[in-house]
Design a protein around this ligand. Sequence first.
Ligand SMILES: C[S@@+](CC[C@H](N)C(=O)[O-])C[C@H]1O[C@@H](n2cnc3c(N)ncnc32)[C@H](O)[C@@H]1O
Length: 493
Amino acid sequence: MQYQSFPGVKGSSESLEKLKALYLPSLKGKRFIDLGCNEGYFCGYAWFDGAAESIGIDRSEQAIGRARARFPECRFLAQSWEQLPDGKFDVILLASALHYAADQEVLLHQLMDKLNQDGVLVLEIGIVTSDKSEWVSVKRSIDERLFPTRYKLMEVLAPYAWKIVSRSVAQAGDPIGRFVVHVRPMRPFVYLMLENPGSGKSTIARTLFARSQVPVVSGDVVYHRIKEGRLEVPPVLKETVEAGLAIGGNDQAAQKVLTAGLTGELVDVWCGLGGEQDFALDSYVPKRFRDAICAAFEVRGYVPVQLNWEMERSGSDRDLAASRAERYTSLLAQRASVTDFPAFEVRRLPARQIKSHIFKWHLDYPAEGQMFEAGSQVQLAGWMLPATNEQANYRCYVRSGPVVEYFDFNRQREDVIKLFGQHADMKPSTSGFYGFAHTLPPLLAGAGFEFGFELAGKRIPVAHIKVRSASKPNLLMARLKQKLRTRLTNVAG
Ligand SMILES: C[S@@+](CC[C@H](N)C(=O)[O-])C[C@H]1O[C@@H](n2cnc3c(N)ncnc32)[C@H](O)[C@@H]1O
C-alpha cells in the first residue's frame, strides 16, 4: 500500500504536511539518516537542503527499491534499524515508526548514542493522553501497538534536552494524536555574565548562582592566578594578561587578551575551571567580543546563556560621575560666595611664642569656617604633643572674659603618636593621653574664647576662636539672587 505522498501519487500520509510539522533544522553540510524511510521522501528533502550525506534505512525491500529509483543521490539500505551505519549523525529522523521497535526505550537510547554532541533526534510519534506514566496498547485499523503517555515520554527522555515542537498531521482513522518531538543530548549550560564593571555581576554570582550551588568562575580571580603562575596556560596568554594587569587591572587584561586574538585560549581556561557541568562565568568582556565568546563555548560543547540586565552602571559611567561631581563643586563654590552663615574663625597664635613648650598641636573642631548654630553645644576636639621632656600634668583650657574652664586630655590619639611621636622629644603625659574632646556650652562658644594648654601650672594660649556673624546685606543679596535664579529656571522650564 502506498504510504508516502509525492506529486502524482497520493499515499495515506500527507508527506508534505508532515515535512512542515517536523521543523527540521537546516541540513546543509549535515549527516542525515531516516529510519523507516519508506520511499525516501525525507531523504530526498535532506539531499535537496544540502546535506553532506543522506541515508535511508527500511526493512521493506520494496520501499527501498522505490526510494533508490526516486533519489539516486541518497544512500538507501534495505535492513532493520537494529543495525546502523558507522559514525555519528547530525540529524536522525524516526517518523511514524517508533511503535514498530521491539523495545522502544532501548531504540531511543541507541539513537541518542548515535548523535553528535549538537545533533538532534526528530521523533514523530503518537502520544496517549493520560496522567499516568505508561506504555498503552492502542488498537489501530491495521494492528495493535504500544504508545507512550506524555508522562512515560518525560521519564524515558529525562537524560536529554527535549521539546514537543508541534502537532503532526493526522492520518485517517488515527486513534491518538501525533506529535513531533526534538531530542538533543544534554549539554552543560554556561551562564555568561559579561556585563561592564560595576553592573552587579558578582552580586548575582553570589546570590543566584552560589545559593543554587552552581559553580562560579570569576574572571578577575583567573587573571590573578594566571599572573601568579598558579594556572598552567600558554606563555603568550600569561604575558598578555600580565601586560593588561600592569596598565589597568582586570578590565585591561580582558581587553588585551581578546584584542590579541586569544579568545580560545581564555575560554579553555574558563572551561577547565568550570568542568564539564553547568557553571556561571563572572567576567567582564567588551561588547564587541561577546558573540565570539558564545561561539567559543558552543564549539566546546556548552550551551551559552548570556545574561543581560538593566542597571545603573556605576563602572561604565565613571567619567560622567566625575564631571557631575566637578559641576557640583562649582555650585558649592558659587553658593559660598553668595551665602553667609555664622561661622567660627580660628586664629592660631604665632608658633614662636609657644614652641619651647609645645611641639605640635591641632584643633580638629571647631574648624576655620565651620558653621555655628546658635543655641547648640559646640564640640572642641584635637590633640597636642608637648615639647618638654619633663613628665608633667597637662590640661586644656578655654577662657571667655573672666570665665576659665579647664578640661583634661581624654583621648589616646595613637594616629598622632604614630605620625609625629618619634620626632617629639617628649615624655608621655601622666595620663598617657594626647587627645582631647570637650563640649562647650553654646553661650560661651558664641561669645568667642581663647583656647590653650596649661603645662606645669602655666597657661599657654594657642588660639583665639570667635564666631563671625552673618553679614545681613550679603544674606539679603543671596536671597535676592536665589529668587531671581528660581524665576529664570521656571521661565525656561
Ligand atoms: C508508517 S511507515 C513511516 C514511513 C516514514 N517514516 C514516514 O513517516 O513517511 C513505517 C516504516 O517503518 C518501516 N519499518 C518498520 N520496522 C522497521 C525496522 N525494524 N527497521 C527498519 N524499518 C522498519 C516500515 O517498513 C515502514 O516503511
